[in-house]
Design a protein around this ligand. Structure first.
Ligand code: DP6
Length: 359
């Protein structure tokens, strides 16, 4: 694997103090990443819709200092120092140091906030780590102006992946593939790429309403979760199936077959949970209300000949996916019939978006 391309090869022209602010979204996988090997290499390829409203805004102030052996940074989350978030970020900096040696030349004051409530069960690692990655590559561009936009995005995704796998899929949009796959040209285990084929108009501006069934801390951290796939009896078949599902999904996205889309997306969600139900130790991550919602979605779909479907992350919240032309009716259905299964009736409306931006 060619990671050399991400090393800094030219001389950098250091400057004293500079700040960058990025806004990067969360994403929702249609074919799931679950299982990885070192260093953050996925066991199968995955694809996701990049979101829009659920995002992180991060400012990094880079203050020039003497070069040191250790990374120096400070982290404020929504205006407060957050010591508990620091180890994950410190680990991230350690992993990327070889590719961003300039982080040893600066103090980094990181200020970050999410558009979604902190304890909402929405994974913030994808948007959070991709936001820091965007600020780092922006600094690199400033210190070495020869870098192309294409390279900057690729490197941002490469760095973000080393912080959190799914973060590699938050730089571009609206559909991103991460993981090498023979039928997806240009795909790589090292970074996410925009889905490279023409997508059927049916999927344009696709809608995702996130029903917050359980706002608590994640019951299974992603590190523990991915590790459960190491000695899992069904792991090898699952990785094969996921890659086959990505082939199918690629065709569906190009041809616009909504029936196949629904079947594949829901099956992927349930398979992800099936992996956790059958691991050692085992976990049930759905809550009773998750199932209530799924059944209601199925009823609504049958009664209204709708294209509504659901997907799940590694938790109890439900992502309700549907095409834009059903927006009005489905938002009404969610408000009237589904919001009562959410904690404090709370849900978040989102749409597929275009990835990271610098503010
Ligand atoms: C269930 O990206 O959170 O959301 O690489 O350990 O940070 P790490 O894992 P993470 O895993 C996300 C898994 C998932 C499915 C997906 O987004 O593909």
């Amino acid at each position: 694997m060619n990671t050399d391309q991400f090393l800094v090869k030219s001389n950098l022209k250091f400057i004293d103090t500079v700040s960058f602010t990025s806004q990067t979204p969360s994403n929702i996988a249609l074919v799931k990443y679950w299982g990885k090997s070192n260093p953050q290499i996925p066991k199968n390829a995955s694809i996701s819709f990049t979101l829009n409203n659920c995002h992180t805004i991060t400012t990094v102030d880079f203050i020039k200092k003497e070069k040191s052996d250790e990374v120096f940074f400070n982290l404020c989350f929504e205006g407060e120092q957050k010591e508990e978030f620091k180890p994950k970020i410190a680990e991230f900096f350690k992993r990327i140091q070889a590719y961003c040696p300039y982080i040893l030349d600066y103090k980094m004051m990181i200020n970050t906030e999410n558009s979604f409530p902190h304890s909402s069960g929405i994974a913030s690692s994808a948007s959070g780590l991709s936001a820091i990655a965007m600020c780092l590559v922006s600094l690199e561009k400033k210190l070495n102006s020869d870098l192309s936009k294409e390279f900057i995005n690729k490197k941002a995704s490469f760095l973000a992946r080393l912080g959190s796998g799914s973060a590699s899929r938050s730089i571009e949009g609206p559909l991103v593939v991460w993981g090498k796959h023979p039928e997806i040209e240009g795909s790589s285990d090292l970074y996410g790429i925009q889905f490279p084929y023409k997508v059927h108009p049916f999927f344009e501006n696709y809608q995702d309403v996130i029903l917050l069934v359980d706002k608590g801390e994640k019951q299974v951290s992603s590190t523990i979760g991915h590790n459960l796939m190491h000695r899992h009896p069904y792991a090898e078949n699952r990785f094969l199936q996921a890659n086959e599902n990505l082939s199918k999904m690629s065709k569906i996205l190009q041809e616009g077959n909504s029936k196949d889309f629904i079947a594949l997306v829901e099956s992927e969600a349930l398979t992800l949970h099936a992996m956790m139900l059958t691991s050692n130790p085992y976990f049930i991550l759905m809550k009773p209300n998750t199932l209530e919602i799924i059944n209601k979605i199925w009823e609504y779909r049958a009664e209204n000949n709708s294209k509504i479907c659901f997907t799940l992350d590694a938790g109890a919240n439900v992502h309700v996916l549907f095409p834009e032309n059903e927006k009005e009716n489905i938002l009404e259905f969610i408000e009237n019939e589904l919001s009562k299964y959410c904690q404090k009736n709370h849900y978040i409306w989102d749409t597929a978006g275009f990835g990271a931006k610098m503010l």
